[in-house]
Design a protein around this ligand. Structure first.
Ligand SMILES: Cc1cc2nc3c(=O)[nH]c(=O)nc-3n(C[C@H](O)[C@H](O)[C@H](O)COP(=O)(O)OP(=O)(O)OC[C@H]3O[C@@H](n4cnc5c(N)ncnc54)[C@H](O)[C@@H]3O)c2cc1C
Length: 397
């Protein structure tokens, strides 16, 4: 019997996990990535819940752990940098998880351990897709024509192919939070903890150590103005105005962002789709259900999706519809769980007024207290499920 052929668009956590597992299940795998080469870089992500089991089944738990960002706990600080509360740390959960890794390191670890034979096309994107009766025909902007049995869209939150093929069933919900990420030089004032500062006006500042001797900085603020369409300098000047008098390390970070080569500016958008598959096309990772850092667990869900998809395809080799429906049925409760953000979370996470900030301070103290530590640890649990991972039929078995 000829190998089934899958084309996967997007070579990050979801796409590479799907490539890993579908190749193991005996598929011919072609990955198309828009960037000209594998994309390193990116911010801290964590691996939690059922994704830890997927990583173990890949044989990559220790390899990912070895890439740890070196972060040792999370503290909330005042405008002078004094610690006002320390969040629980140690074990699988907590704000700083056992497996904290940079997105690029995580994806590269999967890339480096892919089974032989996965084909890559870099610097190209899908131009047209026609889903015919027994195949999906794909043409690329670069002029390639590919015929496959399945197309997996794993292009992340701003997926263009998703918008083209599933536009009528995609709801993109703006959460009203702007985020600026970047890598900045480490200074003697930095330590190995995630330091988190809230200022009135709904402004957050985060500094997190990485395993490269630099610091990953994030400015996140609510009720942000629309930055779409602005160039980097224009957007940074809007953010600078917003962070005037914010205190703590705001000026240092903004000065460093002016020259940092990896500044990334985005607005938090939840992606909700009423279906993740149609015919021979299926979604994986953020493209299908971006949960945003506000919900958490995006990397864990992206990794898990690749396994679950391949597992159902391996056990339903002649029934694509059943395989894709089962994949969606298994994964959807995990996504729904993270996407249903608690009412008031945004006011708690981004206090606007002095009163709101003071109330937040009280809650932080309670959460950090010894008595409430087990509950606080539970708050960071994502990708938790009582469902058992479906079995995957390995082509070599
Ligand atoms: C600041 C920050 C902190 C985060 N923290 C956490 C965390 O602590 N825990 C957690 O689990 N998650 C976290 N996340 C989320 C996590 O990074 C994502 O959920 C995860 O990377 C999603 O993986 P993905 O493969 O679906 O998409 P992405 O990682 O977005 O990758 C998409 C890939 O597709 C490529 N692509 C895009 N368009 C096309 C196209 N048209 N054709 C071909 N290729 C294309 C892109 O170049 C990229 O390689 C965080 C995210 C951010 C921004």
């Amino acid at each position: 019997m000829p190998e089934s052929h899958v084309v996967i668009s997007g070579a990050s956590i979801a796409g590479l996990s799907a490539a890993f597992w579908l190749r193991r299940a005996g598929w011919r795998v072609t990955v198309i990535e828009r960037a000209n080469a594998f994309r390193d870089g990116g911010q801290n992500v964590d691996v939690r819940g059922i994704a830890r089991e997927v990583l173990t089944r890949m044989g990559l738990f220790d390899a990912v752990k070895a890439q740890n960002t070196t972060e040792m706990g999370t503290v909330l600080v005042t405008s002078t940098g004094k610690v006002r509360a320390e969040l629980p740390f140690g074990g699988e959960d907590g704000a700083t998880a056992e497996l904290e890794v940079l997105r690029g390191d995580f994806a590269r670890t999967i890339l480096d351990h892919l089974p032989d034979g996965v084909e890559f096309i870099y610097g190209d994107t899908i131009a047209e897709v026609s889903d015919v009766f027994d195949a999906v025909d794909i043409s690329t902007v670069g002029g390639l024509s590919l015929r496959a049995d399945l197309l997996v869209i794993a292009e992340g939150v701003r997926s263009a192919t998703r918008d083209r093929l599933f536009g009528d069933v995609v709801d993109q919900k703006e959460l009203g939070v702007n985020m600026v990420f970047g890598t900045i030089p480490r200074t003697p004032t930095d330590d190995n903890r995630w330091r988190w500062y809230n200022a009135i006006g709904g402004r957050q500042i985060h500094l997190r150590p990485d395993n490269y001797g630099t610091i990953r900085a994030i400015l996140a603020y609510s009720r942000g103005e629309d930055l779409k369409g602005l160039d980097r300098a224009g957007a940074l000047s809007v953010v600078r105005a917003r962070y005037q008098n914010a205190g703590w390390e705001a000026s240092r970070i903004l000065d460093a962002f002016d020259t940092s080569d990896d500044v990334y500016i985005d607005q938090l958008t939840q992606v909700r789709m009423s279906t993740w598959h149609r015919g021979r096309v299926v979604m994986a990772g953020d493209a299908g259900w971006c949960v945003t850092p506000m919900g958490g667990g995006g990397a864990s869900l992206a990794l898990t999706s690749g396994y679950v998809l391949a597992a159902y395809l391996s056990t339903n080799p002649h029934d694509l519809e059943t395989a894709l429906t089962s994949y969606e049925k298994w994964l959807r409760p995990l996504v729904d769980d993270v996407q249903s953000l608690p009412r008031g979370l945004q006011y708690f996470a981004y206090p606007q007024t002095r009163l709101g900030l003071a109330a937040r301070g009280v809650v932080d103290k309670v959460i950090a207290s010894r008595l409430f530590r087990p509950i606080a640890a539970k708050l960071t649990r994502v990708a938790e499920t009582k469902q058992v991972l479906p079995a995957l039929r390995d082509a070599d078995e």
